[in-house]
Design a protein around this ligand. Sequence first.
Ligand SMILES: Nc1nc2c(c(=O)[nH]1)N[C@H]1C(S)=C(S)[C@@H](COP(=O)(O)O)O[C@H]1N2
Ligand SMILES: [Mo]
Length: 438
Amino acid sequence: MDQQDKVKQVVEASKSELQARSSMTHDSGRRSFLRNSLAAAGGIGAAGAGATAAAEALAVADSSKKMGRPIPPEEYGMPSKYEARVKRRRSDVLVNKQNFSDWSMTPLHQQQGMTTPNGLIYERHHNGVPDIDPDQHALVIHGMVRKPLKLSMSDLMRYPSVSKFYFMECSGNGLTDWLKPASKTVQQSHGLLCCAQWTGVPVSWVLDEAGLLPEAKWLVAEGADGSGHLRSIPVEKMLDDALLVYASNGEMLRAENGYPLRLFIPGWEGNVSIKWLRRIKAGTEPWHVRGETARYTDPMPDGMWRQFSFVMEAKSVVTKPSGGMNLQRGFNEIEGFAWSGSGRIKAVDVTVDGGKTWQEARLEEPVLDKCLTRFRLPWTWQGAPAVIASRAVDSTGYVQPTVEDIKKSRAITGFVQHGNGVFPWKVAANGEVTNGIG
Ligand SMILES: Nc1nc2c(c(=O)[nH]1)N[C@H]1C(S)=C(S)[C@@H](COP(=O)(O)O)O[C@H]1N2
Ligand SMILES: [Mo]
């Protein structure tokens, strides 16, 4: 028997095994759903290619006929050159005249799994990325404490550490797409969002050492960048779960994410997670800095502006299919992310008919507190126009609102913060997927 015949034999054998398996009756619900919808759709793999084409595909590959690239003495591994299109991108909706106060977005539709690779974590800087030598950097704890502290990076790294998975979202995420479509892709509409495993020292340990006075009710944290970005944070939250973070996803922070040290405030708007952290001062009142008066405030219907809207409330978005994709008829898995700054994701409902009917999606483990949670729903698209959206419910019972719901309690004027409305994607009969807001 020559090579070709052997290959054909293997292909035939695996085909009949597949047939036998698909006629088994004890399949789980999900498997049989997949089997039925794949059968209805004529399968996914090289539809109708047949044994000859399959056998050709199994001929000895060119890559098997030569030596591979050897391991260099040392290197930092990079993604395959074929993945070069996976990049974070600056907004093309709001084009800045300068790029010091700017942002870039995470390609959520290309993120696999739960964590965002370090090179794809969105960026938001008020004055560019400073270059900070960790050997020169120090964190000062002062104000209403018994013993002010000055901690070098090596001091901080002598503390025991903790590693936690959390999402981080900019309160401006989605600000261009409140009322009418502006963004073409989910990267641009929702990409001021990431999830990582953050490593560092609980703020409470350091405050304990400094001897925080009982009268201290607020702390202000300041960055060492050109914007001198600072925010006031209540003591309660700082003692609860705030972290002094020096690493993400197993390595030291990237310069753009706060190297060598950032504050990390789980579940709260990204702008309180001060990067390039240089000091924390304790006092009795918030400081009412520019970022708490002129910025990061929300207009209310009575003409007043709400301050200190810290929590990122439950939100979700479908990432597949999403804007810019072309849907193929037959089996498709609807996929997306849900997250809540108030706790865990309890459920995600998905609609394919613009909200007339909803189906509960499957949540992928692990489902963690204040963390991105992936949801999935198998779907067969028959070719009719569809409007797809998701709606998250969190462990407090809070249900992700529609933009119409939000309008009842907030004044929606131009670019507002904290937009967590249900977000639709439109699927046209030709499979084109576009932004369906408004
Ligand atoms: N020092 C400093 N900290 C900062 C900022 C900044 O400009 N300077 N931007 C804030 C904002 S608005 C957000 S959303 C997050 C973004 O963090 P990232 O760039 O690591 O994604 O950092 C926050 N911390
Ligand atoms: Mo932000």
